[in-house]
Design a protein. Structure first.
Length: 142
């Protein structure tokens, strides 16, 4: 089923999903943060069909999430600044998954590089630094 393009939508959530709304995209980003750079390694870690992976990587390069470089006879994929800016999204999604889903097995964990301890729960902050709860936030839909 072909996805509807949300690129020009007025809602920033819809526009973001137009770029990263496919689950493979976020899993590729996760693996790229973990240091995976080569097609074969993404394919091995994710267990995704080669044709699907090739399409996703091509789309992610076109969207500016990844860039390619030639290392010897092989291409490597590196996160761009736009791709690296997804780290808070992945951390928040991982923390939600840890709290609200049942793990089949121990998987990827996001840890503080210095202490190797889990990160504090992501909080939503007001401009003045106050922690905001659900009742403190208003969503305006145009």
């Amino acid at each position: 089923m072909k996805r509807k393009c949300l690129e020009g939508d007025g809602c920033p959530v819809a526009r973001a999903l137009d770029v990263v709304g496919d689950w493979w995209t976020l899993l590729i980003i996760r693996d790229a943060f973990a240091g995976v750079t080569r097609f074969g390694d993404f394919q091995k870690h994710l267990g995704v069909a080669k044709n699907i992976l090739a399409t996703r990587l091509k789309d992610m390069v076109e969207q500016g999430l990844l860039q390619t470089s030639e290392v010897g006879a092989r291409s490597e994929y590196q996160l761009t600044d736009k791709g690296r800016a997804l780290m808070p999204v992945l951390v928040t999604l991982a923390q939600w998954g840890e709290a609200h889903t049942q793990p089949e097995q121990a998987g990827a964990r996001v840890l503080d590089a210095r202490s190797l301890k889990p990160l504090r729960k992501v909080e939503i902050l007001a401009e003045d630094g106050r922690v905001l709860g659900l009742d403190d936030i208003v969503t305006q839909v145009s």
